[in-house]
Design a protein around this ligand. Structure first.
Ligand SMILES: *[C@@H]1O[C@H](CO)[C@@H](O)[C@H](O)[C@H]1NC(C)=O
Ligand SMILES: *[C@@H]1O[C@H](CO)[C@@H](O)[C@H](O)[C@H]1NC(C)=O
Ligand SMILES: *[C@@H]1O[C@H](CO)[C@@H](O)[C@H](O)[C@H]1NC(C)=O
Ligand SMILES: *[C@@H]1O[C@H](CO)[C@@H](O)[C@H](O)[C@H]1NC(C)=O
Ligand SMILES: *[C@@H]1O[C@H](CO)[C@@H](O)[C@H](O)[C@H]1NC(C)=O
Length: 380
């Protein structure tokens, strides 16, 4: 079978535009977070934690595959499930490990008709999703609309005396996670020089702001927002032809891409501060995934990774084993024997081994502001 379009999303890239290397001037608003002093997350006594997630393929547990009817094949999923589940990974995603930490089952994709169980929440994340354009499936705005649809149906069932998966208290006490922006920032970097990329962040951020405000005005109070990762260390980006290696850093990553990711995260962290100040009965935790994912590359030997910049399931051999026209699901592509030695699964997404380390770092609260525990919202 041919590779699903989403598996190759982002593979259609213009040659890297010579990027203007401007000094990063974005300064975080140095304001103490209002949420730090708030009471923190809380669950109704005796209730199970409930989680809703919005995002892209980094946290898609099978939504896009269900929506598009993609028949992903092995080696997807081989390290854990051990079959394809619609995740772009050899096993569990970071969000799966976060669910394990709460002792809840993995989140069912909202659009997966068979075998789903929504009593612990639902996953609206969809491979390829971005914040804009906002009205195309399954942009962040559409994902939030899907959530409102889900909530209304669930409450309607309960009103009718039937069993809805989640009641009004459950929606109110749930944790709302957002992990999006990577596809927006990548698309900009493929087409524009660095300074123009930075100038295009405000509309992306305002979509995230709108999502939080819509959820908040519908009663959501607990938010957990992820920054983007080390885009410049992805084999897919490193495989874009370049004139010379002057844009590579000491670990072999693209400085321009990483600088854009850091700038985006700085702006997103400021937005979270601003939202925390406005919504003083909400708790908004911002967690920066850039240092976590960059550390995987920089300190790869510490984590047992041999080839931090090489794709496990890819084509072409060293240095990156990535080919824009031959993704992991393409014919003739084979995977490495031991995915746990690799950071990158398919050139864009991390291996299960890498996701486990990312989740552990998230759970440490060390990269979060305010530095609340992930399960804080359900401590009674
Ligand atoms: C999950 O279960 C473990 C072991 O029973 C327990 O220590 C932990 O507190 C539980 N976590 C949550 C969030 O309930
Ligand atoms: C759905 O999951 C919940 C919590 O894990 C469980 O109690 C319930 O039995 C499950 N429902 C079905 C239909 O499997
Ligand atoms: C929920 O959000 C929608 C979209 O912003 C809004 O129109 C609606 O009034 C909100 N519902 C409640 C109960 O606040
Ligand atoms: C490397 O390429 C960049 C543009 O991509 C150029 O500005 C720079 O001068 C080149 N450096 C060398 C040593 O050729
Ligand atoms: C590598 O690990 C060291 C020691 O834990 C840490 O101080 C450093 O920040 C890490 N490097 C990167 C780039 O994350």
């Amino acid at each position: 079978m041919s590779a699903p379009a989403g598996a190759r999303r982002g593979a259609v890239l213009l040659p890297a535009v010579a990027a203007a290397l401007l000094a990063l001037e974005l300064v975080a608003l140095a304001r103490p977070s209002a949420a730090a002093g708030a009471s923190g997350f809380r669950c109704r006594p005796g209730s199970r934690p409930v989680l809703f997630n919005f995002g892209d393929s980094n946290s898609d547990t099978g939504g896009m595959a269900a929506a598009r009817g993609w028949h992903l094949e092995r080696p997807e999923g081989r390290a854990f499930f051990p079959r394809p589940t619609g995740r772009f990974c050899d096993g569990r995603l970071t969000i799966d490990f976060l669910c394990e930490s709460l002792n809840i089952s993995y989140l069912s994709p909202f659009l997966k008709a068979l075998g789903s169980n929504y009593s612990s929440g639902a996953n609206f994340a969809s491979a390829g999703a971005a914040t804009s354009p906002r009205d195309v499936p399954f942009a962040l705005h559409i994902q939030v609309q899907e959530f409102l649809y889900f909530r209304d149906r669930s409450l309607e069932l309960i009103d009718q005396g039937l069993s809805g998966p989640i009641d009004a208290q459950g929606f109110k006490n749930a944790l709302y996670m957002i992990d999006i922006g990577q596809n927006d920032v990548n698309a900009l970097l493929s087409n524009l020089p660095y300074d123009q990329v930075i100038a295009k962040f405000p509309p992306i951020l305002s979509e995230i702001e709108d999502a939080v405000q819509t959820l908040y005005s519908n009663g959501s109070r607990n938010f957990w927002i992820h920054g983007t990762g080390a885009l410049g260390c992805l084999p897919q980006k490193l495989s874009i032809p370049r004139k010379n290696d002057s844009d590579l850093d000491q670990y072999g990553c693209l400085k321009t891409y990483n600088r854009a990711a850091v700038a985006f995260n700085t702006a997103l962290a400021s937005l979270c501060d601003q939202l925390s100040a406005q919504m003083n009965d909400a708790t908004i935790v911002y967690t920066d995934l850039f240092p976590i994912k960059y550390d995987l590359i920089a300190n790869h030997t510490k984590y047992g990774f041999d080839k931090p910049l090489m794709t496990c399931c890819g084509y072409g051999g060293p240095p990156y084993n990535y080919n824009f026209n031959k993704g992991c699901q393409s014919k003739g592509v084979t995977a490495c024997n031991d995915g746990s030695k690799f950071v990158s699964w398919d050139g864009v997404h991390l291996t299960e081994a890498a996701n486990a380390i990312v989740a552990k770092a998230i759970l440490s609260s060390q990269y979060s502001k305010p530095s609340l525990k992930f399960d804080q919202f359900c401590r009674v």
